[in-house]
Write a protein that binds this ligand. Structure first.
Ligand code: ADP
Length: 450
């Protein structure tokens, strides 16, 4: 029966009993009042038992109360049982989650909005030296490295990472990433990259050593071949049928020398920290690059135009910048057919300074663009070799630009030409020391001057 109906029948029964007794005793009203009072006391007693059960041992079976209160106790106990089951399940999941985080070889630290430590795994203790008492303390007070403070202060919240030396062991290098989650919270992930770095160092040293060892014998070989090829055709010491072979040998030796030089330059760019930086006079440097490229362009009857639209200095290494700009200019000449048009340009705007080499050569298909700066990546291997390319030019450009906080953005259209813009940040540039003098600066090198 429905507990409400049961309760109503019970009340009705009490009232009827009281009425009967009242009629028998001759005082109906008093009997009804006494009946109701008894009913209320009984309800109060059941309520008291329910309260006692709820406040002391709700985990036990509810008391036998019957009626509405019994139903109420049963429903409460059912909900409590369900809730306990849910909690147990959640605790199990959470336990497994914490166990897996604890087992991770990488350090994981959860930080609140003010970068105070909320939780960390065992690896964080091992790699960052965090201890239990460090909870609720700011992470930068414990890992005192300015690179971490810089990383936390970075505006680009979607991509914050840095390299740190472990505060526990200075032989360990950590790669740290900060990932936002929840409400202004952050997850700090630190990975031990010492082994990777060591392997990278071994690779770099190996390439540098091999290149260095090859340089001397190649120079000697090149010198001898040059001497032999320089002998007059009438010289009886060289048989005429050997001459083409000797010429090819010299060309191949020069190619290997160029390769060794580029490899050495790349490993220097990778391993040496940037040298002391100077104020590089950009108009002069770019004009020199254009003049050198102009000589090659003249041989191919190409028109090479130089546009210096702003006269700035740039904080950096003139040797490295010269090498990067010369590589881009040489590529433009190399991959543009005879009679083509090349523009070398420097200009400045609110975003910074921009060096650009544009050509109307054969262009590059879009699927190659993102791989061009990889070592030895060539669109057309045979043609690159035939033009004397080493396959390392754009890799050198990328490294030089990285060392100058600049970026290379290649754009190209197959059959129509390519543009290689290098974008330098404004903080590296000095105020122009003269107003732009476009007419005077627009000079032409090579044949067919513009
Ligand atoms: P390489 O010594 O072969 O020129 P780079 O690293 O300088 O090596 O260039 C990589 C490849 O990019 C080249 O082999 C060539 O296919 C392509 N490339 C570079 N510059 C240009 C350009 N201006 N026009 C067309 N293709 C180019």
């Amino acid at each position: 029966m429905n507990p409400w109906t049961q309760e109503l029948w019970r009340l009705l029964g009490v009232l009827l009993l009281a009425l009967g007794i009242g009629l028998f005793a001759g005082s109906v009203a008093w009997a009804l009042v006494a009946g109701l009072a008894l009913y209320l006391v009984w309800q109060g007693w059941r309520l008291h038992r329910l309260h006692a059960w709820l406040s002391h041992n709700p985990r036990h079976e509810p008391p036998e109360l019957g009626g509405l209160w019994g139903e109420f106790a049963y429903q409460v106990s059912r909900l409590a049982r369900q809730e306990r089951k849910r909690k147990k399940k959640l605790a199990k999941v959470l336990g497994r989650f914490y166990d897996s985080l604890a087992a991770m070889p990488d350090a994981v630290v959860s930080l609140d909005a003010d970068y105070n430590i909320e939780w960390f795994n065992q690896a964080a203790g091992r790699l960052l030296g965090l201890k239990k008492i460090d909870r609720n303390r700011r992470v930068t007070n414990l890992v005192r490295d300015p690179r971490l403070s810089e990383c936390l202060a970075s505006d680009d919240t979607s991509n914050r990472s840095c390299a740190l030396t472990s505060p526990v062991d200075d032989r360990i290098t950590l790669h740290v990433r900060l990932v936002p989650f929840g409400k202004n919270q952050h997850l700090l992930l630190a990975r031990d990259v010492s082994r990777l770095q060591q392997l990278e160092r071994v690779r770099r040293d190996f390439v540098a050593n091999v290149s260095h060892e090859l340089r001397t014998p190649l120079t000697v070989l090149g010198g001898y071949l040059e001497t032999l090829n320089g002998l007059p055709a009438s010289d009886p010491r060289i048989a005429p049928e050997l001459r083409p072979t000797l010429k090819r040998m010299e060309a191949q030796t020069r190619r290997m020398q160029a390769l060794v030089t580029d490899l050495l330059q790349l490993s220097r760019l990778e391993s040496d920290p940037p040298r002391e930086e100077e104020r590089v006079n950009l108009p002069a440097l770019i004009a020199a690059v254009a003049e050198e490229a102009g000589q090659l362009a003249a041989e191919k009857h190409q028109q090479l135009e130089l546009r210096l639209e702003s006269r700035d200095w740039l904080l950096g290494s003139s040797r490295e910048l010269h090498s990067a700009f010369a590589n881009l200019a040489a590529n433009a000449v190399r991959y543009t057919p005879e009679g083509g048009h090349i523009v070398i340009r420097w200009y400045r705007d609110a975003q910074g300074g921009h060096f650009e080499v544009e050509d109307d050569g054969r262009g590059i298909a879009p699927q190659h663009l993102h791989r061009l700066t990889e070592r030895f990546y060539r669109v057309d291997e045979d043609r690159s070799r035939e033009h004397g390319g080493t396959g390392l030019g754009l890799a050198i450009v990328k490294h030089v630009l990285q060392r100058h906080e600049a970026e290379l953005h290649i754009s190209s259209q197959l059959g129509r030409g390519s543009t290689f813009p290098c974008d330098f940040p404004p903080r590296r540039l000095g105020e122009p020391d003269a107003a732009p003098d476009t007419d005077a600066a627009t000079r032409a090198a090579g044949s067919g001057a513009a």
